[in-house]
Design a binder for this molecule. Structure first.
Ligand SMILES: [Fe+2]
Ligand SMILES: [Fe+2]
Length: 467
């Protein structure tokens, strides 16, 4: 196995810095000859060694694309696919499906043995092995190490990450219910597993986004909150005027909280200018009627919308849609939308609240870091049972598979952009100024902004309509 410091030192001696993705790739492979191969192929004046410098690692797209992709297609999360509330037993299928899908992504990079091979036999007691499972519990010990319980279909195993080992900061970010692989050695009695290395399903290092030609631009927004007394009417109108004249923008995607809703939190009625839920949706529909009919608009629900809160959330029902023009497409939360073949994964982002509460150093001001946390775990809401309600479904609809070109979220009302292994992560802000609740929580929103992405270049740009 290669240690992190050893890899960094080898590149440093040759006069190069090294990207953390390259370090984790080399650690996973554990082959020192790979470092020599990279060094042989790069120029002497190369400042930072990037994944593109790894020989034989050719850029690859994830998932199938077709040459004749329609302009706009709902690939996942079309009306009617969320299904009704099911039986409690279906949670078994949900977590089994999560384990199977994410476990197989890890298994592609590291062969693994079932946990029962450690608990029921002594064959592997002296060997370095990998096990893969769902984290059913995780906590820190009195001495600051990290201990977790890992479960696969054959058994459970306590796993210890020593805080003096390489990559401990990754272990500090392990959250309950995520699927991970760990490489290390079992204790002599087979009752504890000493972990040296952590594997997440992650986005492949060689992932390359699909960039459709002549596809124009897409505007990403979220959290309009029509009906709230903090809805920003004037910036919204400026945005509508602007997008009506922006001929190169062909699509407008909205990632939930279309309206402020009713009964979402105690005392909300005092903060509503439109107290009727039908009228809230009608008002948004009337506003969208003023936009060009050539603009493809995609509308997903969020936790303030009229549908059930458990995810996947169904589309806004027809009785609320009478005022909406024909160019509006209603989708579920989450939903995957293909635009000229580029896949945009829309998710409202409720789980960001949970991730911020569990990941050390996480802040509301940096929501894109939480989107990276989702991409690493290949899951939109890894932890069950906190603030993100998740429905029992046969298949886990919150998996990130295949890898999208763009991950589009909202919910925290703060704009954030990041690029992680070729995926553009955009948390769109809101059209609502700071609410009393946000003030109490010391959350400072960045309202009145739209993020426009040129699909051919995958380049984002923030437009501000606040002033
Ligand atoms: Fe919101
Ligand atoms: Fe929200």
């Amino acid at each position: 196995m290669l240690a992190e410091q050893e890899i960094i030192a080898r590149f440093c001696e040759a006069g190069h810095l090294v990207d953390p993705t390259v370090v984790s790739y080399l650690r996973e492979r554990g082959d020192p000859a790979l470092i020599s191969g990279i060094l042989a192929g790069i120029r002497k004046d190369c400042a930072v060694v990037l994944p593109s410098h790894i020989p034989s690692l050719t850029p690859k797209r994830d998932g199938i694309r077709f040459t004749a992709d329609p302009l706009l297609e709902v690939v996942e999360g079309m009306e009617g696919s969320a299904g009704p509330v099911r039986q409690i037993e279906d949670y078994v299928s949900l977590f089994r499906n999560r384990y199977d899908c994410l476990g197989s992504l890890i298994r592609k990079r590291s062969g693994a043995i079932p946990i029962e091979a450690l608990t029921h036999s002594s064959r592997f007691r002296d060997s370095e092995v990998t096990i893969i499972g769902i984290v059913i519990d995780v906590k820190s010990t009195a001495k600051g190490h990290r201990i977790l319980e890992l479960e696969d279909p054959t058994g459970t195993m306590p796993v210890l990450f020593n805080n003096g080992r390489d990559g401990f900061s990754d272990a500090e970010r392990i959250v309950p219910d995520e699927v991970i692989g760990v490489r290390g050695k079992p204790s002599p009695e087979g009752k504890l597993f000493y972990a040296d290395q952590l594997f997440r399903p992650d986005v492949p290092v060689q992932h390359a986004p699909y960039t459709p030609k002549n596809s124009g631009k897409v505007a990403l927004i979220s959290d309009i909150h029509i009906g709230s007394d903090t809805f920003l009417q004037e910036p919204w109108e400026r945005f509508c005027d602007w997008i009506s004249g922006a001929d190169d923008i062909s699509y407008l995607l909205v990632a939930g909280d279309l309206v402020d809703g009713i009964g979402i939190y105690p005392g909300q009625e005092k903060e509503l200018t439109i107290p009727n839920i039908y009228e809230q949706y009608d008002r948004l529909g009337e506003m969208l009627q003023t936009l060009p009919s050539s603009l493809g608009i995609v509308l997903a629900p969020g936790n303030h919308d009229v549908v059930r809160g458990a995810e996947p959330q169904p589309v806004i029902p027809p009785e609320f849609r009478s005022q909406y023009p024909k160019n509006c497409t209603f989708v579920e939360n989450p939903a995957a939308v293909s635009i000229h073949g580029a896949r945009v994964l829309m998710y409202h982002g409720r789980s960001i609240d949970d991730l911020i509460g569990m990941i050390p150093g996480a802040r509301y001001e940096a929501p894109a870091e939480m989107m990276e946390a989702m991409l690493k775990r290949r899951h939109l809401a890894p932890t069950y049972g906190r603030r993100t309600p998740v429905l029992a479904t046969e298949k886990d609809r919150l998996l990130i598979d295949p890898v999208p070109e763009i991950l589009h979220t909202g919910h925290v009302h703060i704009t954030g952009i990041s690029r992680y292994r070729g995926v553009l992560a955009v948390n769109a802000g809101a059209w609502q100024s700071q609410t009393a609740f946000q003030k109490q929580m010391n959350i400072n929103p960045t309202p009145g902004q739209a993020v426009v992405v040129d699909l051919e270049q995958m380049e984002p740009q923030i437009y501000d309509f606040l002033s």
